[in-house]
Write a new protein. Structure first.
Length: 370
């Protein structure tokens, strides 16, 4: 049995890192020369409101130390930002240096709003002929301000960068669990992430889930795709051993992304077939609560219904495809799901996600046998 000290030493050996203190001007120059890069997909996390951007610039002007940014150094020496995207992007945007990585077009330089200590920042720009602007001395002071940069070196264990990004961002206010998961998947295999987005764009899936614009901004539709795929490939024992739903989804997706034997084509066929059947039978009613007195489905999408219905149908897809009366029968099965005591007990509020999933997924697989 290994000791705590041995475990600490083994854990430290997987991460090789360095640290530097750099001026904002130096970081901007690295960005302009493409030695500091932000992947296009990462920019989707850049959602700070104007007030928060202004507070960051206020902090720099007042000399308040900023949190470190974390970069991953590739084997070619290029740095990729893995944490600190909001801060770097805000500074670059204010200085008129930010580029839309997806299009290559410059992002218009921003102006600020008044802050707690600097009311005169209202309408202020970094440098402009048409708007209030920082003085030359203030611009120089901003560019000379320092930021600590933590560098994850190439010789680190491959999984270290996923773990680092997760530790830095989990529970943060700027990124949802799925947004964090997206970046981890991009690090693991860009083509796998693109494959997930193709599944997300399936018309039957969109018709069944009706994800709102706000949910879409936080990548909730991609979370539903990941939830479907993770539960589809899990045994009952694996579900019982789940300790945390979001961590489980991430682990399953990273395992699939890095597994050369994972058959994306077959899985995509199950995904599209499942939602084609559900859309034909129920459309947007698929994952809503059934109200017996009203004899209809009510409310919005319930994640417990999504988990039960999709895994139940997908696990029995061949039989449903062969069922000539599947449209009426499938609708009946979904209605009857709400009569199952096991499902009602686990789908109510207050039940832990791990407890719910371990109970309803096996029950749903049995319930949806034609």
């Amino acid at each position: 049995m290994t000791s705590l000290q041995e475990e600490i030493e083994d854990g430290r050996s997987i991460v090789k890192a360095d640290a530097l203190s750099m001026s904002i001007g130096e970081l901007v120059n690295l960005y302009k020369s493409r030695e500091l890069v932000i992947r296009p997909e990462y920019q989707r996390l850049f959602r700070w409101p104007l007030e928060k951007k202004s507070r960051l610039i206020e902090s720099i002007l007042l000399g308040i130390p900023l949190p470190s940014i974390f970069v991953m150094q590739r084997h070619d020496g290029i740095w990729e930002v893995i944490d600190g995207l909001q801060r770097i992007s805000t500074i670059l945007e204010f200085m008129g240096e930010l580029v839309d990585e997806a299009t290559g077009e410059p992002v218009p330089a921003s102006s600020l709003t008044a802050t707690k200590y600097l009311q005169s920042l209202a309408g202020m720009t970094f440098e402009s002929d048409e708007a209030p602007t920082l003085t030359p001395g203030q611009r120089i002071g901003l560019k000379r301000s320092k930021i600590d940069v933590k560098i994850l070196l190439p010789e680190s264990d491959d999984k270290a960068k996923y773990e680092l990004f997760d530790r830095l961002n989990s529970g943060g206010e700027t990124a949802s669990d799925q947004e964090v998961r997206n970046v981890q998947l991009l690090m693991a295999d860009r083509s796998f992430f693109q494959w997930l987005t193709e599944l997300r764009d399936n018309e039957d899936f969109k018709d069944c889930t009706l994800v709102t614009s706000r949910q879409g901004e936080q990548q909730y539709d991609l979370e539903l795709v990941c939830r479907f795929l993770a539960l589809l490939g899990s045994s009952d024992d694996e579900l019982k051993g789940m300790l945390d739903v979001d961590s489980y989804l991430t682990e399953r997706m990273l395992a699939s992304a890095t597994d050369p034997s994972y058959d994306r084509s077959s899985v995509a066929d199950i995904f599209s077939g499942t939602f084609a059947l559900l859309n034909d039978a129920l459309g947007a009613e698929c994952f809503r609560r059934y109200d017996p007195p009203k004899e209809r489905f009510v409310g919005g999408l319930l994640v417990s219904a999504f988990e039960a219905v999709t895994t139940g149908v997908a696990s029995n897809l061949g039989a449903w495809r062969a069922n000539t009366a599947r449209k009426a029968e499938l609708r009946k099965k979904v209605v009857e799901l709400w009569d199952l005591a096991a499902f009602r007990a686990q789908s109510r509020g207050g039940v832990r996600g791990t407890t719910r999933i371990a109970a309803i997924v096996p029950a749903a697989r049995a319930h949806f046998r034609p």
